[in-house]
Design a protein around this ligand. Structure first.
Ligand code: APR
Length: 227
């Protein structure tokens, strides 16, 4: 079976990484307009670098959880063709053994040159004085901010067009284009499943949903798929 899986912050919640919109989430304690927009970065690059430096440190200290491991197991088994798309900028899927992870919102482990688009591994701490090793342009985290075009959309849409099953895991379904993937999958005749702590914004668009912590719900679903 061709399976496309989309993950959000909820799959990394039990690894100790914050989500955005839950109680005490990242966007409750800080304003996304300051931290996750090109305008915010040009207004105060130091504030934005501090935010991603903090998140990069948290990710380095975090460990993949049973949900990340289960998805890697499903992919490695080989009986199903699994395309793993994530909105997350952490590398916990990779550290759990997943391959070919599509980071549609980029990853803060990579630095990007705002001038020439050169990319290089992000140091633990980035600062406004950092410049591109190629052209001396301004260095920024390689993260897709609000108002910017998500990455790899052509690859994602063609995977959705050819899938038999679309599964959304740990995402609130409020940010597009990811929130609209269930519609694309449904239109092409795929089955759809939401695995989440609680029903997301688009829950009624999924053919089925299972709710609970990802470390319980995801391994149980993978066990069924591999039974
Ligand atoms: N297990 C499973 N799901 C969980 C858990 C858990 N332990 N804890 C929280 N969740 C769910 C919440 O119920 C919610 O549906 O994870 C989801 C988190 O939603 P958001 O915080 O909105 O995160 P996400 O959907 O990934 O946000 C999408 O918004 O700010 C932008 O670019 C950012 O990629 C992010 C995008």
């Amino acid at each position: 079976m061709n399976i496309v899986i989309l993950t959000g912050a909820g799959i990394s919640a039990e690894s100790g990484l914050g989500t955005f919109r839950d109680k005490g989430g990242l966007w409750e304690t800080a304003d996304w307009r300051d931290l996750a927009t090109p305008e915010g970065f040009s207004r105060d690059p130091g504030l934005v670098h501090d935010f991603y430096n903090m998140r990069r440190a948290r990710v380095r200290a975090a460990r993949p959880n049973a949900a990340h491991a289960a998805l890697a197991r499903l992919q490695a088994d080989g009986r199903h063709a699994v395309t793993l798309v994530t909105q997350n900028v952490d590398d916990l899927h990779e550290r759990a053994g997943a391959a070919g992870v599509i980071h549609m919102h980029g990853t803060h482990l990579v630095a990007l040159c705002a001038a020439c688009a050169h990319r290089w591994p992000a140091p633990d701490q980035m600062a406004p004085a950092d410049t591109c090793p190629e052209c001396r342009g301004t260095a920024r985290p390689d993260v897709v901010w609000f108002g910017e075009q998500p990455y790899h959309m052509d690859m994602i849409v063609s995977a959705l067009a050819g899938c038999d099953l679309f599964v959304a895991i740990g995402t609130s379904g409020v940010v597009y284009p990811a929130a609209g993937f269930v519609e694309i999958a449904t239109r092409t005749g795929a089955d759809t499943l939401e695995l989440n702590l609680e029903p997301g914004e688009r829950a009624s668009d999924f053919a089925a949903g299972r709710f609970g912590p990802a470390t319980q719900v995801v391994p149980a679903w993978v066990d069924e798929m591999l039974a």
